[in-house]
Structure formats: structure tokens, C-alpha cells
Design a protein around this ligand. Structure first.
Ligand code: ADP
Length: 441
């Protein structure tokens, strides 16, 4: 059962089809005509449009699993993919959860516990508070100890929400109160913690895969520094700033840590990288939206791997087998105005997807499809692979130019312009470059 929607549901369906595994799609009433529903072997409507009543509705999903008698559930990304209680309930019903054990999801779901765990395992973290910061006095003391500017972050945060910067003692109270309020509203938990606010880091994350038999490999990094509101817009692999030696060193440290944790499944360790140093920020215990760029440069199907691990198979690859080939870039295309970023759902009239050598499009769109207003605005990902970055950029430019999605606004023009920007082309960007320099100019 694929407990998700959109392009990622289709991605999972495709891996299953190639593995000769039958699929059950679940969907809300708003997604009755979605592509993953059309292609799946069976489908079950689990509720109305609102995600809380459908894709987040655990009893409805489990009922659908029971009546279709599924062996395993893939949670996709977002929704219940990092919900430890869901993983536990699925397993308690004798169904395999395609992901890590619930205790690991739980441990990494709280970022304070995640950082403590990683510190113990020898992974460098962003300097900050070791415990939840409770009260304004503690916040001030901690900020003085860490040094300004500081970032106040939601302990249970995600999607870049519940984060506030304090530049000096003058705005610490306001930042603390706002972060707590936003955290309570978004995550139902007001716990916050503090970190040194890094000024010009890159976001570099390392993909790992671990089986149930203590075999662990890393599949290199993805540079996700082109961000808006802490959300990724373009990702590249490999990163332009890492040397093979640095990659090897951080990769080994991570593999040892993951091994010692006893973790199994796919996972991503997210770091900020500044002045040659890595600082762990969080671990995602699921498939990532940007996983295809790793697939492009390694030739490994990560969803297949994830399913095989869940089926208790041993990894067939060792670290020596993982060879990085060429360069890959992913552009995330949203149903949004490319200048104001206002969501723009609606009916697609004409649709034409780019193709050709090195071009992959992960999308569930088709002509006549209506993008519903109820969910995330990501509608397509263009993944480009070339023998080097130069070729990749040329190909990306060409592919974006071919893409026709008419009837709604999309962020294709933003990507087309960004790819031509001299700073982007030079690779000398950092996590705030897009917002501070590019979008403002
Ligand atoms: P979320 O789970 O909400 O995505 P993360 O901890 O992964 O939160 O951080 C998301 C993004 O926020 C990072 O990619 C980075 O852009 C920014 N960020 C997080 N921590 C820091 C920090 N200590 N200093 C500067 N920027 C940060």
C-alpha cells in the first residue's frame, strides 16, 4: 500500500511494478482521478479532501490496509512518513512498515534527542543548547553562552517552520516567544531549543542505506543550499565544495554512527557546512524528495533498495561498489506564481513533458488533470544528469524550455532564470543567497 499521493506515490508504484509487487493506492475524494490511483492495481478512497481526514487519518488507512490485505505500507514523504506511532501501529497489525524501526523515528523526530544521540555517536553538531530552553531567562543565558546571533528552533519542527533568529539581547525575548507560539500552533508542542545561527553555510546532506544485518553504506551527498523560507528549491549532487577526501571522511564517520545506532532503512543526515566544517542539524528517517539526484549519479534505485531492506534482504552493494558518475541537478516545480510564490492550483489544459538523454521528470500531472488546492504545491521534479556540471546545466536549460504546463502558474520561469544566473553558475551560493541576493535583486 502506498500511503501517499502525487509524484512520490507514482515513484513508489513504479519501483513496485518493476519488482513485480502489486500496489494498492489510497486517496482522498479530491484525488479520485490522480495518476497513482489510475495506475495502481487497487485503490481505496479513505476520506475527504482535507489531509487530516484522509492522508493523516490512521484508522482509515489501516482499515483500507485490512480490507485489501496488504503485506507492507510505504509511507512516502511528508504526511505519516516520520510518525513513529503510525509505524508502530502498522507493525502491531502484522504489516511491514517500509522505513526504520519506530524507536529510531521517535528518537530522530525530536531534534534535541537527535542532536544528543549524534553527539554521543561522534557526529559534530551545531553548537547550541543541550536541552529544551524553558523560560526567557534561560534563553538569555544560553544565548550569551552560545554567542549571537542565535536561532531558536522548534524541537519537533519540520518544513522550515518554527524558527526565529535573535541578533542581539534586544530581540531575544520576541524571538523566543514567537518561536514557541509558532511551534505550539504547527506541531502541538511548544518545546524549543537554541543553536548558533550560521551566517553563510551550505546545506549538505548525506544519503545512507542500512539493512537489518548491520551493513551500512553512504551514497554521497546532495547540496540543497538553494532554498526559500528554509525549503529546498534546487538540489545538486555532488556538491561543488566537497573534496573526495572530505566526502570519504564524513561518509565513514556517518556509516560508523549509523551502524552503532542499529538503524535500518534509508536515511538522510542533514548538515550545515561552513569553512570546511560539518554541523549536524537533523536526520530524516524516510525517503527524501531529492533522492533522484543520488539515483542519477550512483545508478541505484533507492526505492527498490528501501523495499528490499524492509523485506529483510541484505544489501548487495558494499561501499566500494558505489561509484559517483557525473553531475545531477533537480529543479522542484511548484504550482505557484514564479514571482509572488502564491499557490496556483487549477486545471491543466495542455501538458508536454521534456525528455531526451539525461532528462527524468517525476510528476503525476497529465492534460486535463486538476491540481487540488488542499496539498503541498510541488507538482513536478525535473532531474537532469550530465557527464559534468556544464553539460547538466545546458541540458537543464533545454529541458525547462521544452516543458509545457498550461492553465496554471508554475515556478518553471524561476528555474529557467536561476540556471542562467552567474552566481548560481559559479556555484558560490549558500542557504540564504536565493532570498537575500537573488530574489531581492
Ligand atoms: P526543518 O526540519 O524545519 O527542515 P532543519 O533543522 O532541517 O529544519 O533546518 C532547515 C533549514 O533551516 C536549513 O537547511 C537551513 O537553511 C536553516 N537552518 C537550520 N539551522 C540553522 C542554523 N543553526 N543556522 C543557520 N541556518 C539554519
Amino acid at each position: 500500500m502506498i500511503a501517499n499521493r502525487g509524484e512520490i506515490a507514482l515513484r513508489i508504484h513504479r519501483a513496485c511494478r518493476e519488482m513485480n509487487i502489486k500496489t494498492v493506492a489510497i486517496h482522498s475524494t479530491a484525488d479520485a482521478n490522480a495518476m497513482h490511483v489510475r495506475l495502481a492495481d487497487e485503490s481505496v478512497c479513505i476520506g475527504p479532501a482535507s489531509a487530516i481526514d484522509s492522508y493523516l487519518n490512521i484508522p482509515a488507512i489501516l482499515s483500507a490496509a485490512a480490507i485489501t490485505n496488504v503485506d507492507a505500507i510505504h509511507p512516502g514523504v511528508g504526511f505519516l512518513s516520520e510518525n513513529a506511532a503510525f509505524a508502530e501501529i502498522v507493525e502491531a497489525h502484522g504489516i511491514t512498515f517500509i522505513g526504520p524501526r519506530s524507536k529510531h523515528i521517535h528518537c530522530m523526530g525530536n531534534k534535541i534527542t537527535a542532536k544528543k544521540t549524534m553527539t554521543k555517536l561522534g557526529i559534530p553538531c551545531v553548537p547550541g543548547s543541550e536541552d529544551p530552553v524553558d523560560g526567557i531567562k534561560t534563553a538569555k543565558d544560553e544565548a550569551n553562552r552560545i554567542g549571537y546571533p542565535v536561532l531558536i528552533k522548534a524541537a519537533n519542527g519540520g518544513g522550515g517552520r518554527g524558527m526565529k533568529v535573535a541578533n542581539s539581547p534586544n530581540n531575544i525575548e520576541e524571538a523566543y516567544t514567537t518561536a514557541r507560539r509558532e511551534s505550539a500552533a504547527a506541531f502541538g508542542n511548544e518545546a524549543v531549543y537554541m543553536e548558533r545561527y550560521l551566517e553563510r553555510p551550505r546545506h549538505i546532506e548525506i544519503q545512507i542505506a542500512a539493512d537489518n544485518h548491520n551493513n551500512v553504506v553512504h551514497l554521497g551527498e546532495r547540496d540543497c543550499s538553494i532554498q526559500r523560507r528554509h525549503q529546498k528549491i534546487i538540489e545538486e549532487a555532488p556538491s561543488l565544495v566537497l573534496t573526495p577526501d572530505e566526502r570519504d571522511k564524513i561518509g565513514r564517520r556517518i556509516v560508523t554512527a549509523i551502524c552503532n545506532m542499529g538503524y535500518s532503512s534509508l536515511g538522510t543526515m542533514e548538515f550545515l557546512y561552513e569553512d570546511g566544517e560539518f554541523y549536524f542539524i537533523e536526520m530524516n528517517t524516510r525517503l527524501q524528495v531529492e533522492h533522484p539526484i543520488t539515483e542519477a549519479i550512483t545508478g541505484i534505485d533507492l526505492v527498490r533498495l528501501q523495499i528490499e531492506i524492509a523485506a529483510n534482504k541484505s544489501l548487495e552493494i558494499t561501499q566500494q561498489d558505489i561509484i559517483f558518475n557525473g553531475h545531477a541537478i533537480e529543479c522542484r516545480i511548484n504550482a505557484e506564481d514564479p514571482y509572488t510564490f502564491q499557490p496556483h492550483p487549477g486545471k491543466i489544459n495542455d501538458y508536454h513533458q521534456p525528455g531526451g538523454l539525461g532528462v527524468r521528470v517525476d510528476s503525476a500531472l497529465y492534460a486535463g488533470y486538476s491540481v487540488p488546492a488542499h496539498y503541498d504545491s510541488l507538482i513536478a521534479k525535473i532531474i537532469i544528469h550530465g557527464s559534468n556540471r556544464q553539460e547538466c546545466l545546458m541540458r537543464a536549460e533545454r529541458a525547462l524550455g521544452e516543458y509545457v504546463i498550461s492553465g496554471i502558474s508554475t515556478t518553471i520561469p524561476l528555474h529557467a532564470n536561476l540556471l542562467l544566473d552567474p552566481v548560481f553558475r559559479s556555484g558560490e551560493y549558500y542557504i540564504r543567497w536565493l532570498e537575500k541576493n537573488y530574489l531581492k535583486s
